[in-house]
Structures are given as C-alpha cells and as structure tokens.
Design a protein. Structure first.
Length: 190
C-alpha cells in the first residue's frame, strides 16, 4: 500500500473520529456531570464497544455481506431511537451533586457503540475506500480496524479531557450546555 494512501487513511480516520458523534458527546456530558471517577465505567464501555464494532466491520467487509446488511438497516433505527433517548436525558439532566450516588455504567457506553451507526459507516468506509484496493486479507482488515478503534479511543479521550477542563463552567451553565449537546446529538441521529 503506498504511503500516501496510508496518510490519507490516517487523516480521514482522525477527522472522522474527532467530529462530534454519539460516543464523544456522551463522554463529554458524562464527565461534566459525574466527573472522571464516576464516569470511568461508561468510558471503558465506549472504548470497548468501539473495538468490538470495528471488528464487526472487518468481518463485514471480509465477506459476511449476506447477514449484516439487514442488521445494519434495523440498527439504523434502533441507534436513532437510542440517540434520541440520550439527547432527551442530556437536555433534562442536571450535574451530579457532590457525594451523589449516581454513576455512568459500562453497559450504557458499550450499547451506545453497538448501535452507533456513525462508527459502523466510518469503519466500513475507511476499509473500502482505502484498504481493500490493496488487500482484502482478514488480518490486514482487522489491523486497520484496530487502528481506527485506537484513533477513536484517543478522540473520545480528548472529549473527556475537554469535559474535565470545562467542568466548572458547565456547573454554572449546565442547562444551556446540555441543550446544545442534546441538539448536536439529535443532528447525529438525523
């Protein structure tokens, strides 16, 4: 594979991973509401889900096209409903009070990624647009999906860092920020 193709793949992956999406928005909102410690299970759920979804994409591109297309069609609507649910809860949410018992769950983050159509399209598009012209071997496809998931995890971590940085501002203006985040999530849903 030529170096310029790998470079284009990396640029595409970084841009796609850092743009607002359901996982990034939920991570930002969770850290501003709950803080790092209580949000950690959700973050690990998002990260784990990212890797699982990218491995699913590798299998899909490798040849399971008779099973996954129908599932992706259904997942589009399940994902949209879940993102809508998240947007509503973000819009009406309040910051966690000091000493509160609420926390974000691993499964909430993991399930979000399983229905996150953005990262399925990201993984499939990256492979078919940059990799499959040079190799369709399963190990190569898995390697590039692993790279995508790692870039996505780094991007989500940057969103978490942003949330930590704005946490004090958020606590003062949480209603406005929550509405903005909910609107961005609704845009992702559409």
């Amino acid at each position: 594979m030529p170096g310029y193709v790998i470079g284009n793949f990396v640029v595409y992956s970084v841009i796609n991973a850092f743009t607002p999406g359901p996982g990034n928005i939920l991570a930002l909102n969770t850290v501003t509401n709950y803080g790092w410690k209580k949000g950690t299970p959700l973050f690990f759920g998002i990260f784990s889900g990212y890797y699982v979804v990218q491995m699913i994409c590798a299998v899909f591109v490798y040849g399971v096209s008779t099973f996954l297309p129908n599932m992706l069609g259904v997942m589009k609507y399940v994902g949209a409903a879940y993102i809508f649910w998240l947007a509503v809860h973000i819009a009406i949410g309040r910051p966690d009070e000091e000493g509160g018992e609420r926390s974000a769950s691993f499964w909430k983050g993991f399930m979000l990624q399983l229905v996150n159509v953005k990262i399925y399209l990201f993984g499939i598009t990256a492979l078919t647009g940059y990799v499959t012209n040079y190799s369709t071997s399963f190990p190569v496809l898995v390697f590039f999906e692993f790279v995508i998931a790692t870039i996505g995890t780094i991007a989500t971590s940057a969103w978490i860092g942003t949330g930590l940085a704005i946490q004090k501002v958020y606590r003062k203006h949480y209603r406005l920020i929550n509405i903005i985040l909910a609107v961005i999530l609704l845009e992702c849903m559409v």
